[in-house]
Design a protein around this ligand. Structure first.
Ligand SMILES: [Zn+2]
Length: 277
């Protein structure tokens, strides 16, 4: 599923991935885990029209969402929360972050960015993990911070699918989180040995990608330490090209517009390194 427009694909039996438009090339994803006429929904896209389209799609198929999961507070994953009548699951730190940033990032319902949708904060909160049951199918919710402090993933042990939100992206993105936490979370996902990972943005991938993600972040951390040692400014450090941190093959498959994410990773890790000194 490549592109940046609303689409739906059954990526595994009963696992529907929805893609919505986004400012980034590969769009944004949400997932419905469907069993008969019930579903656990993970995230709900970015543009209000896409969130509505996804919600109506489930409605048309006669599928009742029994739980909604927010992988993290970012409003390109939570804009449609208010459409759902079911409980909304998230990490315990999620609602505060969503309430804090919604006014800036989305605004009042009449704001074009909100498209008539209202903030609905998650109401089923957990700290380390939680378990959902969908007609006997176990869905484990795990706290995997790093992209944001409240990031969570949903693991389906039976088909070994990990729904990662933005903890797994085409390039790790830690501007709103913490690089050390992100490394530990990626290692935790590796230990689950998922067969398929559904990322927050971009097509499904395998766990083989994660070792490269971890190497990238470690390299950024090492170079940030070196930058502080030799007195490189934040400004100059954050201009270092992606090619310096990723092997050529991986650079070729990383969409161009992730270079901005890379630069903000550099600035963030420069800050982290300064704070740790
Ligand atoms: Zn995000």
């Amino acid at each position: 599923m490549v592109g940046n427009r609303y689409a739906r694909e059954e990526v595994a039996p009963g696992i529907w991935q929805f893609r919505g438009a986004h400012d980034w090339d590969l769009g944004v994803n949400a997932v419905a885990v469907v069993s008969g006429k019930r579903a656990v929904v993970v995230d709900n896209l970015y543009r209000p029209a896409d969130a509505r389209r996804m919600f109506r799609h489930l409605e048309r198929e006669g599928i009742e969402p029994t739980a909604l999961v927010n992988t993290h507070w970012h409003t390109d994953h939570t804009i449609g929360n208010g459409l759902f009548g079911c409980p909304v699951w998230a990490h315990v730190t999620g609602p505060k972050l969503l309430r804090k940033y919604w006014p800036q990032w989305v605004g009042e319902p009449h704001d074009p960015r909100a498209g008539g949708l209202r903030l609905r904060a998650p109401d089923r909160l957990f700290r380390r993990s939680a378990s959902l049951d969908l007609d006997g199918l176990r869905i484990e919710l795990l706290h995997v911070p790093g992209h944001t402090p409240d990031s969570v993933g949903a693991f389906l042990p039976e088909p070994r699918i990990f729904i990662a939100g933005d903890t797994v992206m085409m390039l790790p993105f830690v501007r709103f989180g913490d690089s050390g936490q992100e490394i530990r979370s990626l290692e935790r996902i590796q230990r689950l040995r998922p067969r398929t990972i559904l990322q927050g943005h971009g097509p499904p991938c395998t766990a083989a990608r994660l070792s490269g993600d971890i190497r990238y972040l470690r390299r950024v951390q090492e170079e940030a330490s070196e930058a502080h040692r030799v007195g490189t400014s934040r400004e100059s450090f954050s201009q270092l090209p992606l090619e310096r941190f990723l092997p050529p093959a991986r650079c070729r498959t990383t969409p161009k517009d992730y270079e901005a994410a890379h630069r903000s990773n550099l600035a963030k890790v420069w800050d982290e390194t300064l704070a740790a000194r």
